[in-house]
Ligand binder design. Sequence first.
Ligand SMILES: Nc1ncnc2c1ncn2[C@@H]1O[C@H](COP(=O)(O)OP(=O)(O)OP(=O)(O)O)[C@@H](O)[C@H]1O
Ligand code: SF4
Ligand SMILES: [Mg+2]
Length: 416
Amino acid sequence: MSLLELEDVKVHFPVKKGVLFDRTVGHVYAVDGVSLKVEAGQTYGLVGESGCGKTTLGRGVLRLVDITDGEVVFDGTDLAKLPAEEMRRFRRRLQMVFQDPLGSLNPRQNIESILSEGMAAHGIGANQEERREKIKEVLAKVGLPVNALSRYPHEFSGGQRQRIGIARALVLEPDVIICDEPVSALDVSVQAQVINLLEELQKSLGLTYLVIAHDLAVVRHISDVIGVMYLGSLVEEASSDALYADPKHPYTKALMSAVPLPDPEAEDRRERILLQGDLPSPANPPTGCRFHTRCPWAQPKCGIERPALVDAGDGHKVACHYAAEIASGALQQTRPTDIGAVTETEEAVTEQPASTAETSVTLLPADSTTKPDPETVKEKVPSATEAPSAPTADAVVKDADTVQPGASGTSSDKTD
Ligand SMILES: Nc1ncnc2c1ncn2[C@@H]1O[C@H](COP(=O)(O)OP(=O)(O)OP(=O)(O)O)[C@@H](O)[C@H]1O
Ligand code: SF4
Ligand SMILES: [Mg+2]
């Protein structure tokens, strides 16, 4: 059994309205069915664009937000079902390092006070003297001088403050550390130092990490396994090397195509996959495949059926109905992804009335691309009049076996 196992975890935030009495008028589906396993001593990297639910998932694991459904099994115990008092005991073993080191450190406390607070709460050290000795040891491990003890957070640089954040987690001797964007607030020159420190600490202390980042370059270096998240769920998961060598999901391909290459010639040859539109609102997610409103290969079926995350071989998991056809080249793109075409499309969208401008994610008719509260309405198969927004006539499928019913019709995505 893995040290940390998430099974179909959901975190839905109720949206309330009303003056005297709050009524729940909908939900934000921040995390909508995530299953993953983190092995002891390894690093699981979780990537995805802003707002896709990464932080909420991390906070859900620690029960800092309520889990709507699913299991969070840590060392054999389902944390999701633990009474609050028992959860408090487990919390020492699962710690979090936050993105904004300054915002997460109390400016009025000195470093000794910040670090000993959690130790005292969890009964670590018989007295302050013992706690101070332990803190000195940990400060040395994270590369901070011992005189840091009496200083205040604002006296440190960004990188040093993140080291303090890491030390605050380490003094509690955790098994798992959830690092939420641990370097994204830091200068590029300092980022590598902090990542290297996390790696060294993992080796010397046998730590297990869940590292959350929007930057693939950051997680690649440190992760054994990477999960790619889109709008509340995982769309792909593989070992770090496999994901980089052969990204299978169209969203991962797009993310990967944006990572700069060190070789200038390869960088010049690199084909960018540019996506149209922004991440849809998690309060109103698209039906079927959550990515179908932006996917360059979307087909009619994609707006209807939600693909499961399945093993495509060697543990490389992908949630796409057409991953094999896209990889073999049997399925052609249905939306442009080069800069010229994307710009043209978006300009055309702004010039057209909303009713005809179907190339833009934001202007698609709401009832055909979004789903109402799944608490009340299960996913449905649209009728002919509720056809999904995925392109149709442009859905050129070379392999006849892969043609889906309804794959013909007039194009709504053509831009020229
Ligand atoms: N307490 C809350 N109540 C309502 N909605 C929330 C709450 N916390 C987060 N959300 C919403 O849930 C969605 C996911 O947010 P989250 O912070 O988990 O994203 P993220 O992937 O960490 O983004 P970023 O990369 O910007 O940190 C967002 O739409 C956010 O507005
Ligand atoms: S091809 Fe369809 S199922 Fe696959 S990612 Fe694109 S929209 Fe989703
Ligand atoms: Mg976040």
